[in-house]
Design a protein around this ligand. Structure first.
Ligand code: ATP
Ligand code: MG
Length: 150
């Protein structure tokens, strides 16, 4: 089992797409281990996207991500980081394959609805940045034994 962090960006929240997109992850069989809505502090967003701090889009990205509330979710499942990244599609909605979240709901390279960790190591760091250990819940759901075989 692997965990990954996803963020419903302010465009997803403001476009009323949270329920429809979250349903895709539930339909896939992924388990929600943590979830909360917050207005992100600038410093936290800067830290989260610090690998991009020299990129020309960095300031606008930080402004976008602090321009309204976001919903943070920890998802759990086998190969969760890869599975979820594939469900998102390419960064730019205009290039993302139809059938992916960005391919179906977006037309922009900045307003692309969802963030997801790009690997298990990144996921650990990102989950730690946004959640306290006690906010993450370990549990099983009744249908889990029909979702992942032993
Ligand atoms: P994320 O890290 O949010 O999951 P990603 O890994 O697909 O997205 P990154 O290259 O890490 O893409 O870029 C981080 C975010 O910065 C993008 O999701 C997008 O919101 C914004 N961004 C990336 N490239 C551009 C660009 N050329 N112009 C404007 N915004 C951009
Ligand atoms: Mg990224």
């Amino acid at each position: 089992m692997e965990r990954t962090l996803i963020i419903f960006k302010p465009d997803a929240v403001n476009r009323l797409l949270v329920g429809r997109i979250l349903t895709r992850f539930e339909d896939k069989g992924l388990r929600i281990s943590a979830m909360k809505l917050q207005q992100s502090p600038v410093e936290q967003v800067k830290k989260h996207y610090e690998v991009h701090q020299r990129k020309p889009f960095y300031n606008a990205l930080v402004e976008f991500m602090t321009g309204g509330p976001v919903i943070l979710v920890v998802l759990e499942g086998p190969h969760a980081t890869t599975v979820v990244r594939n469900m998102l599609g390419a960064t730019d909605g205009r290039e993302a394959t139809a059938g992916t979240i960005r391919g179906d709901f977006g037309l922009d390279q900045r307003y692309n609805l969802i963030h997801a960790s790009d690997g298990p190591e990144t996921a650990r760091t990102e989950i730690e940045l946004f959640f306290k250990p006690e906010e993450i819940v370990d549990y099983t759901r009744a249908p889990d034994r029909w979702i992942v075989s032993k």
